[in-house]
Design a protein around this ligand. Structure first.
Ligand code: LP5
Ligand code: MN
Length: 245
């Protein structure tokens, strides 16, 4: 029995080789998993569930549904890029949307899942932005606008975000130790799996005398037409990283 974890694919029509890696994964290794957890930023951005008429989205939705049909339960947790993914997308892909954070069990091991951006508490500018765009009232107002206007607005945010990131110290964009400890304490000191920071690692830490592990998922990449990804696989009680091409 296997359980798979992926995040930060940032799929977009501009990265066809990356989409191909994901398609091969869905048709191949993912079929060995009883459950697949997608921990956010599956897409470069998501403007609303009505934004799916391009070949990228419609093809991927069919392939996710085919994986579910073949017996893999698919769970999606929103990232900071695709938190507008909603019930229509979930129905089309035959997946369930998980609240953040979510506590699951792998055998006897409790495992807490989150995207990871909520842990970056030193990034005060981002946390203020996050609070605003995660408000249901703000999202309702945004989703009420025409798709073209939403895409334009997102392009503007992305430009501003890239400019803001260029002026930030790398350290403030990493997960904060106190935020991690608080989250683990609140959930009974489980193992933690998250993405977002693009700093894949397995950290061993002590919280209130409890030994905990924090697995940070790798981001998927495409450069000069060559793409690669990674899946964290739980099998026989052990977590390990498997490269994807
Ligand atoms: O994604 P990544 O890793 O590159 O950067 C993030 C933070 N940036 C973001 C913005 C997204 O990348 C792009 C937007 C995605 C579209 C989602 C749909 C939104 C539609 C509106 C919803 C109702 O998340 C970046 C972090 C970085 O992670 C590391 O943690 O630093 O945060 C920023 O750079 C944000 C800036 O600090 C402040 C905000 C600038 C944008 C201002 C826009 C003003 C409009 C007001 C709307 C609320
Ligand atoms: Mn992210």
């Amino acid at each position: 029995m296997q359980v798979h974890f992926i995040s930060d694919l940032h799929l977009s029509v501009d990265r066809p080789a990356l989409t191909a890696v994901f398609e091969r994964y869905l048709a191949g290794p993912a079929r060995n998993a009883e459950a697949l957890y997608i921990l956010g930023d599956l897409y470069e951005y998501w403007a609303g569930d009505d934004d799916h008429d391009d070949p990228l989205s419609s093809g991927l939705e069919r392939q996710l549904a085919a994986l579910a049909e073949a017996g893999t339960r698919i769970h999606f947790m929103p990232g900071n890029r695709d938190f507008l993914i909603g019930a229509d997308f979930a129905r089309r892909c035959r997946l369930t949307i998980l609240p953040e954070p979510s506590l699951i069990h792998l055998g006897t091991q409790a495992v807490l899942l989150c995207h990871g951006d909520s842990l970056c508490t030193d990034d005060v500018g981002y946390q203020a932005f996050r609070k605003q765009v995660r408000s249901p009232a703000y999202q309702e107002q945004f989703l009420g606008q025409p798709l073209a206007a939403r895409k334009q607005f997102i392009a503007d945010i992305r430009r501003k975000s890239e400019a803001a990131k260029a002026g930030k110290d790398a350290e403030i964009m990493d997960a904060n130790g106190d935020a991690i400890a608080t989250l683990l304490r609140e959930h009974g000191y489980p193992c933690l799996i998250h993405g977002h920071t693009h700093r894949p690692a397995c950290h061993q830490l002590m919280v209130d005398g409890h030994k905990c592990e924090r697995w940070v998922l790798a981001d998927w990449r495409e450069s000069a037409g060559k793409a690669s990804g990674e899946v964290l696989v739980w099998a026989d009680g052990v977590l390990s990283r498997q490269p994807l091409e």
